[in-house]
Design a binder for this molecule. Structure first.
Ligand code: WTA
Length: 635
């Protein structure tokens, strides 16, 4: 038997060692014993980080939905696969069994085929957290279409950029969505975005909020009647191991979002294996990840990882504050949730609300707590541990990325001793290292450097859609023969890792990755703006918030600054979405620049963070006088 389920620390070290000493044997055995293949691979791994080219299980044939659904039917047909908890607590939860999921995915897949979608076509999914989101993802995978889920909080402009970049033939959306007490007209946003897209032939619309919407003749179709006429049988498309499974966009420090491409077999093997171990999942558990499927966490740990293990996975449509801040704990009690996986920003927001709403509910079903998306600060860690886990549920502070596909560094609950704020040890198969600024590997413990990974793992993204050069430059050129994560990290005396944050111009706000450049581009669209620079500063709930330094054009007129601030944030909302709005906007006459014209963001970051005792070396500044001026008018 392979080492699929790690139960002790001793086992972990043994398994880890074998995964590094004999990676091909390690992953080959795991893949063979725990998944269904139509044809076995010819070679477990071939790779070259200089190209970069990475292939896992080459030559193998499979369909991921057979692994996530069909193979469970004999033994788990009546078990709940997806447990849907609606926004409104008075609306009944839905228990979708594996058998029902099989039927619904097949019907949906047949609708996609009827609408002309074929293997390799890109389908954009812009849906709220309703069952059709997971089902449409799986339906694409069933027929080999490449899904590109776009988080339904993104604006029309952000949506059209993503649709055009991957040339999507279809968009799947809903009339609207519920978010707490609000409704959002998703279909209107899609209509607006499609004014800028020529590639989309069909829009399938799920009815969710029963709002009046426009249906464009020939293009827009209600999903429900199509489903009713579709067969519940759909023979899965047989895919090559390295066929793309999905594209998911993530922000880069510059330019357009990056369409990370994940392929079939390696992604499946790694997400399934990491899910099992990171959550110590056992058969009757009820697992809940609060992320949206619009992010990688939802792809890997709401849909694919849990379903590949035959798990029950909760999908929650709403928000933590509706109808009150006790909602999460209400859901834990109601469905007897055993593993709960959320983000530090949610933990901090919940902690602010006091304990009354926590103590009202019975949380004794919980066994494992998880955190993901940004560093978890010590205070939040203890609050989570003391009040939610009652000091008996290990917290897995799991570090990973859209690009890594699955959890990379994380404690294994009940196996790895935890340490607040530390993601601790790498998962089997993951070989992290720290690099110094001169490109040298830092050996030994008690180190501080840039986090890189030395060896491929099965779920690494294979490329950026339509831009392999950017993939190479972003991840494989900073350090020779290494994957560079963009994060800084510490390694303590026993080899535990603590992720300290981004070292590039990506800022994580409430767990969402935002690149500064696209936000600056949006701000600069305002007719009164000459130039802008955006930096992050610490925020007690969001982790980081955005601070914009803005130079106005000299038009001779005086403008109301508060109105300008509102207008600037409105433009950001239209271009990217409300998540990218600036918390502070300071109008300034200049920005600190080097002689070569580069904005010195380091200085702006310090000013925004109110950490101005030591601004570091400012001798290369072209205009040092502006620094004092900015400081005097900050915050
Ligand atoms: C950050 C989310 C510290 C990190 C799965 C990474 C974390 C980026 C952690 C990826 C953690 C994620 N501790 N930082 N446990 N988890 N991050 O692509 O900066 O949305 O590079 O993937 O989030 O964010 P992404």
């Amino acid at each position: 038997m392979s080492d699929y389920h790690i139960k002790t620390l001793e086992e972990y070290f043994k398994v880890y060692r074998s995964s590094v000493d004999n990676p091909e044997q390690f992953w080959g055995n795991l893949a063979e014993e725990h998944f269904v293949w139509r044809k076995k691979w010819n070679k477990v791994l071939s790779w070259d980080f200089s190209k970069p080219e990475i292939k896992w299980f080459e030559g193998a044939k499979l369909n991921i939905t057979e692994n996530c659904i069909d193979r469970h039917l004999a033994t788990r047909g009546d078990k709940t696969a997806i447990l849907f908890e609606p926004n409104d607590p008075n609306e009944a939860a839905q228990h979708i069994t594996y058998k029902q999921l099989h039927e619904r995915v097949n019907q949906f897949a047949n609708v996609l085929k009827d609408q002309g979608i074929k293997k390799g076509d890109r389908v954009c999914i812009y849906l709220p957290m309703i069952p059709e989101l997971a089902i449409s993802v799986l339906a694409c995978a069933r027929i080999g279409a490449i899904h590109s889920v776009v988080f339904a909080g993104f604006s029309a402009t952000a949506l059209s950029t993503r649709i055009n970049d991957s040339d999507c033939k279809m968009v799947i959306t809903s009339d609207g969505s519920y978010r707490g007490a609000k409704t959002i007209d998703l279909k209107c946003i899609v209509d607006e975005s499609l004014e800028k897209c020529n590639c989309v032939e069909t829009v399938l619309v799920v009815k969710r909020i029963n709002s009046e919407i426009q249906m464009k003749e020939g293009r827009d179709k209600w999903l429900q009647p199509l489903l009713e006429n579709a067969s519940t049988d759909c023979i899965p498309e047989i895919m090559d191991a390295e066929d793309p499974l999905f594209i998911l966009y993530t922000s880069g420090s510059t330019g357009q979002p990056k369409g990370m491409v994940h392929t079939t077999a390696g992604y499946m093997v790694y997400t399934a294996y990491s899910f099992k171990n990171a959550f110590q999942y056992t058969e009757n558990d009820v697992y809940w990840c609060t992320a949206d499927i619009g992010w990688i966490t939802g792809h890997s740990y709401i849909v694919y990882g849990p379903l590949a293990n035959g798990a029950t996975t909760v999908m929650f449509e709403g928000v933590p504050s509706y109808p009150d801040w006790g909602r999460f704990w209400n859901i834990v009690e109601k469905h007897k949730v055993t593993q709960f996986y959320t983000a530090p920003t949610a933990i901090r927001a919940l902690a602010k609300e006091g304990l009354e709403l926590v103590e009202k509910y019975d949380l004794s079903s919980l066994k494992v707590l998880g955190s993901v998306g940004e560093p978890i600060n010590e205070e939040a860690w203890h609050w989570y541990n003391d009040n939610i886990g009652k000091k008996k549920c290990p917290i897995i502070d799991s570090w990973w990325q859209t690009e890594t596909g699955g959890i990379m560094i994380s404690p294994i609950p009940y196996v790895t001793p935890t340490k607040p704020t530390y993601a601790t040890l790498p998962f089997p198969g993951i070989q992290p290292t720290l690099m110094d600024e001169n490109g040298n590997e830092i050996k030994g413990n008690q180190a501080d450097g840039r986090l890189c990974i030395k060896f491929p793992w099965p779920s690494i993204a294979r490329t950026i859609w339509n831009n392999h050069q950017r993939y190479k430059e972003t991840y494989f050129t900073a350090y020779k023969n290494m994957y560079f994560t963009g994060d800084g990290a510490l390694r303590d005396e026993v080899g535990y890792y603590r992720i300290t944050g981004r070292v590039d111009d990506v800022i994580i706000v409430s767990g969402h990755n935002l690149g500064t450049a696209p936000i600056e581009d949006a701000v600069n669209e305002h007719p009164a703006v000459a130039e802008s620079a955006i930096v992050g500063f610490p925020h007690d709930v969001k982790g980081n918030a955005l601070y914009g330094f803005v130079i106005l054009k000299d038009t001779g007129e005086s403008r109301n600054q508060d109105n300008l601030r509102k207008e600037i944030n409105q433009i950001i909302t239209e271009h990217i979405g409300p998540i990218a709005k600036l918390d502070k906007i300071q109008f300034t006459s200049g920005l600190p620049k080097t002689r070569s014209g580069k904005i010195m963001r380091r200085i702006l970051r310090k000013i925004a963070s109110k950490d101005t005792s030591n601004l570091g070396d400012t001798s290369t500044l072209l205009n040092p006088e502006v620094v004092q001026d900015i400081m005097d008018n900050a915050h």
